[in-house]
Write a protein that binds this ligand. Structure first.
Ligand SMILES: *[C@@H]1O[C@H](CO)[C@@H](O)[C@H](O)[C@H]1NC(C)=O
Ligand SMILES: *[C@@H]1O[C@H](CO)[C@@H](O)[C@H](O)[C@H]1NC(C)=O
Ligand SMILES: *[C@@H]1O[C@H](CO)[C@@H](O)[C@H](O)[C@H]1NC(C)=O
Length: 532
């Protein structure tokens, strides 16, 4: 084949999935391979370690964003890491979100075109970040995808602008469709919306060219707040606190009030929830029973309902504890942001009060008695006395409560809970097999544990053996040089999602936390702590 013919074929086959970088010539952009297939095959140079892990970064021309500060951290960390396979994993995972998922970033100079389609305000700085293999932005994923870069935003103005844009974009999503979990490319980006193949009936209704999926997950709203509070904590900036952000914040408060309503009112009459969701499906966890309402919830708990979990699976009992804990933390942190921005004192007080009340509600209604472990946090409750005892790998989880800032890891009830959920006899979703083990969940099924759970377990541990054991187990099961969604416990070669940016971020975060707190575990005896 002549090189021209080869290029023509390459363009034909790759055009649909190319990830453009705005300043590259069109022909180069279109020749960039789809990253799902790229990540599914192995690329040189290999690590040279016992696992000989591949190098999986796209070529420079195909990366969707670049940051010298990020490249410096990669160099700093990989040059110190003793284990060559861990180094290769970090090299691939840390920049994965920048390399592959920034589908649109504008500093405001080019955003007026097409912006009529969805009624949102796309003027100013904006960033649209996809989850990986699905061409849509999840509020939860994108916040977590950016976490690792927050600490660098103070010194790299491109990262600062990237994250500021992400907050502004999430604000528009939340203002328009606060019940939804995943969103289409903004009209102003000129990128075509993705066709969702699902048949869903949802109230309140939404615009399908704006929303990719509309599962109401309390943690999505908490993650919107977290993106801003982390930015403030790391940069000291309140530049994102605009009229639009305030409007999004008020929308969050209104939504959580509506989702705090019980199923029966004070004269014991059924009052349908403002949000209902039904999908045509044969999978029970993909829809809500009782005509899209979900199981009944009692009055007087002070908890907020979540229709779905961060796995995008339906809750069984709507008072899902981990996102309530997370929301209580984020409301209190948001109070600090509003105060720092010189916002209304009444709003600062209201956010603080809502946060502390919710924290109290989690303690009063989320802690239950377990026959073996004593006081533990339930996964879900309904206010009638029913509870679900389990954990799921996705964040927020019970395992992640200290990571979310809700409790100290030495907390007695948390420690009991941790023992319960890592015990195969007590957590139905603790999965083990000859090759892999960890917490999984119903989303992928009963044979797959999730690397993310092992990483959260490492980040919430003070036991060197547990930390390095979990890190090494994730390393051993990441044979494509990237972190996957889930791994078959009987066969580590069988995994889901070659391209799942969030999991790569959690891995990098774990390595950076160990580098800062326990450098001897990965940099060798007597190594000095490293912080970017
Ligand atoms: C925005 O980006 C454009 C194009 O890259 C550049 O010319 C302009 O100076 C930038 N504006 C700001 C405010 O940074
Ligand atoms: C309870 O709901 C019923 C049915 O919607 C309504 O008629 C009644 O007024 C409500 N009671 C209260 C106290 O809100
Ligand atoms: C990882 O694999 C190596 C050999 O390839 C093995 O020695 C080690 O025990 C494994 N570690 C874990 C935690 O599974």
């Amino acid at each position: 084949m002549s090189s021209a013919a080869f290029l023509a074929v390459a363009l034909l086959s790759l055009q649909a999935s190319a990830f453009p970088k705005s300043d590259e010539p069109a022909i180069l952009r279109r020749a960039c391979p789809d990253y799902t297939s790229y990540a599914s095959t192995l690329h040189a140079p290999y690590s040279g370690g016992p696992l000989n892990l591949p190098y999986q970064r796209p070529t420079e021309a195909c990366r969707t964003f670049s940051s010298p500060a990020v490249e410096k951290v990669i160099e700093d960390v990989t040059s110190r890491l003793v284990d060559k396979d861990l180094a290769q994993l970090f090299r691939n995972a840390f920049p994965n979100t920048l390399d592959t998922t920034i589908r649109w970033h504008t500093n405001g100079s080019a955003s007026s075109a097409n912006s009529k389609r969805d009624g949102a305000q796309w003027t100013g700085v904006h960033t649209f970040i996809v989850t990986g293999d699905i061409n849509a932005e999840w509020l939860r994923d994108s916040t977590n995808q950016l976490t690792n870069y927050q600490t660098l935003a103070a010194k790299d103005k491109n990262l600062y602008s990237l994250i500021l844009g992400a907050i502004n974009t999430q604000s528009e999503f939340v203002i328009q469709s606060p019940y939804c979990n995943a969103f289409q490319p903004p009209s102003a980006s000129g990128i075509k919306p993705e066709d969702s193949t699902q048949k869903d009936t949802v109230h309140p209704t939404y615009e399908p060219s704006f929303v990719f999926e509309c599962k109401y997950e309390l943690d999505s709203l908490a993650h919107f707040l977290q993106l801003g509070t982390e930015f403030y904590e790391n940069t000291g900036s309140t530049e994102f606190v605009t009229d639009r952000w305030y409007k999004a914040l008020q929308t969050v408060l209104k939504t959580i009030d509506a989702q705090s309503q019980p199923t029966f009112n004070s004269s014991n009459q059924f009052v349908p929830n403002e949000y209902t969701f039904q999908r045509e499906t044969t999978i029970g966890t993909e829809t809500l029973n009782l005509a899209g309402v979900g199981n009944p919830l009692n009055s007087g708990t002070g908890l907020i309902r979540s229709a779905f979990r961060p796995s995008d699976d339906a809750t069984i009992l709507g008072f899902f504890i981990p996102p309530n804990a997370m929301m209580s933390v984020q409301l209190q942190k948001t109070a600090k942001v509003v105060k720092a921005a010189g916002g209304p004192a009444s709003l600062v007080a209201e956010l603080q009060e809502r946060g502390t009340k919710l924290e109290k509600a989690v303690h009063e209604h989320g802690i239950v008695q377990h026959p073996k472990y004593g006081d533990v946090y339930a996964f879900e409750v309904d206010g009638y006395g029913s509870r679900i005892l389990m954990d799921d790998a996705n964040i927020p989880s019970l395992l992640s409560l200290p990571y979310l800032g809700f409790v100290d890891r030495s907390d007695r009830v948390y420690q009991n809970t941790r023992k319960m959920i890592t015990d195969k006899a007590s957590n139905p979703y603790y999965l083990e097999g000859p090759q892999f083990h960890g917490i999984g969940g119903p989303h992928i099924g009963l044979e797959n544990a999730w690397p993310m759970s092992l990483l959260v377990q490492a980040m919430t541990s003070d036991d060197d053996n547990e930390i390095i054991g979990n890190l090494n187990l994730v390393r051993n099961s990441s044979l494509h040089g990237l972190i996957h969604e889930s791994i078959d416990v009987s066969n580590i070669k069988s995994y889901t999602r070659p391209w799942f940016a969030w999991a790569n971020s959690v891995f990098a975060q774990t390595v950076l936390k160990i580098a800062a707190e326990r450098p001897h575990l990965i940099f060798g005896e007597d190594a000095k702590p490293y912080t970017p």
